[in-house]
Design a protein around this ligand. Structure first.
Ligand code: MG
Length: 411
């Protein structure tokens, strides 16, 4: 007998009769970028012929959001209870969507379908992904040493040991037990440093060593500390720098060389006694399998909003588990992508920590609230996995005040 679908009612239509009617997108004001600019968090809303809708997030920036607008019509009429089939359909129908921006667009639609499915069945997404290994997911803070001033590498800025120590202390005070800093920052007084050459001289090396030393002096050795090199260096520079950093007992050195240069990264990994974290640019299970085969990965960092969705993330996690590699998913997202990553992180055994980049966007927490639960989304460096249906979060009224310029609020 046909049952009406009430949000979170735990009912299931015997004929699975639910159809996608529209895919809508909106940009929210994301992390600051320079003084008056900001990144855009790309939110996707999948609507159906019932009262249920699902939310997902694509990788930051307007290009993936544009891609969602272009490919969204493909899934109108499809059944959102089949998220992985929908991701597959999108990849096949839009052959150009199999890499980069396309995979990010698919990820958002696929995630929104998991959210929808959970709401229809009245269960949290982690339950759909196989259940959970843990109730709370540890976050690591992607920490800026130029807080409030800039995001990303600012070639005009001076990166000092004092600023690194101060930012690290603040993150630890907020409850984070794991931190990451960018280390491929300009050497002071070297505005004309030839970054294309991807090489550091001794002064450049000493500067980076001093930054790490200052952080360790500030927070001690009980805090997990990672350093991101953003594939900025040659093998010999990465090895020289990496060896100098071994004494700081780092949790990981991220992307020392370009991830497509498998043999180059393998040489760094063999030569340096620090775990190598990589994978934010790899967007499929097969790409991760190649990286694992090439032995370039100690910690894998697929991006929740970039790798085609939670189904592909689970396949990536399974490959990594077979190679004894834990996941530290890359994430620069709003609460939507972050919570999606937490459901995934809860549902796999080989989980290390999920990246969190809300520290420099004070409105991050105010965008959503837990469905049927109290409490903030993030507290004490952890995310308690929501127990509400779907992702278990909904946008607050305040979210509409943070729509990015040029977009309309669609909820
Ligand atoms: Mg990175």
């Amino acid at each position: 007998m046909w049952q009406t679908l009430e949000p979170g009612a735990g009912t299931r239509p015997s004929d699975r009769s639910i159809e996608i009617t529209d895919v809508r997108v909106m940009g929210l004001r994301g992390n600051p970028k320079g003084e008056d600019d900001h990144y855009v968090w790309g939110i996707v809303v999948v609507e159906t012929d019932t009262d249920h809708y699902g939310i997902g997030e694509t990788f930051r920036g307007i290009e993936p959001l544009d891609a969602v607008e272009r490919i969204g019509d493909t899934v109108v009429g499809a059944n959102p209870l089949d998220p992985e089939r929908i991701a597959d359909l999108l990849a096949r129908e839009h052959y150009t969507a199999t890499g980069g921006i396309g995979r990010a667009a698919i990820a958002a639609i696929e995630t929104a379908c998991w959210d929808l499915k959970g709401k229809v069945l009245g269960v949290p997404v982690y339950e759909l992904l196989g259940g959970k290994y843990r109730d709370r997911v540890r976050l690591y803070s992607d920490t800026e040493a130029l807080a409030g001033d800039s995001v990303g590498i600012d070639l005009e800025a001076e990166y000092t040991p004092e600023a690194y120590a101060e930012a690290a202390g603040e993150a630890v005070d907020m409850g984070f037990g794991a931190l990451k800093f960018d280390l491929d920052v300009p050497t002071p007084g070297r505005r004309n440093e030839d970054r294309a050459a991807r090489r550091l001289d001794n002064e450049g090396i000493e500067h980076k060593v001093a930054l790490v030393e200052a952080v360790r002096e500030e927070v001690g050795y009980d805090v997990d500390l990672g350093m991101d090199l953003h594939w900025s260096y040659t093998v010999e520079t990465a090895v020289t720098l990496g060896r100098r950093l071994e004494r700081f007992d780092l949790a990981f050195l991220e992307d020392p060389v370009h991830p497509e240069k498998l043999d180059a990264q393998a040489r760094v990994k063999r030569a340096v006694d620090i775990p190598v974290l990589t994978g934010e640019n790899l967007t499929s299970a097969s790409a991760f399998r190649d990286a694992l085969d090439a032995d370039i990965v100690d910690l894998a960092a697929p991006d929740v909003a970039m790798c085609g969705g939670l189904g592909e993330l689970r396949r990536i996690a399974a490959f990594c588990d077979a190679y004894g590699v834990p996941l530290a998913p890359h994430n620069l997202g709003s609460p939507v992508a972050t919570v999606a990553g937490a459901h995934l992180g809860a549902s796999i055994p080989n989980f290390y920590s999920l990246e969190f980049r809300g520290g420099d966007a004070p409105w991050w927490e105010s965008l959503v609230e837990r469905t049927g639960e109290n409490g903030p989304v993030v507290a004490e460096g952890h995310l308690d996995v929501p127990e509400g249906p779907g992702l278990g979060i909904e946008f607050t009224d305040e979210a509409s005040e943070h729509v990015a310029e040029g977009w309309e609020y669609v909820l």
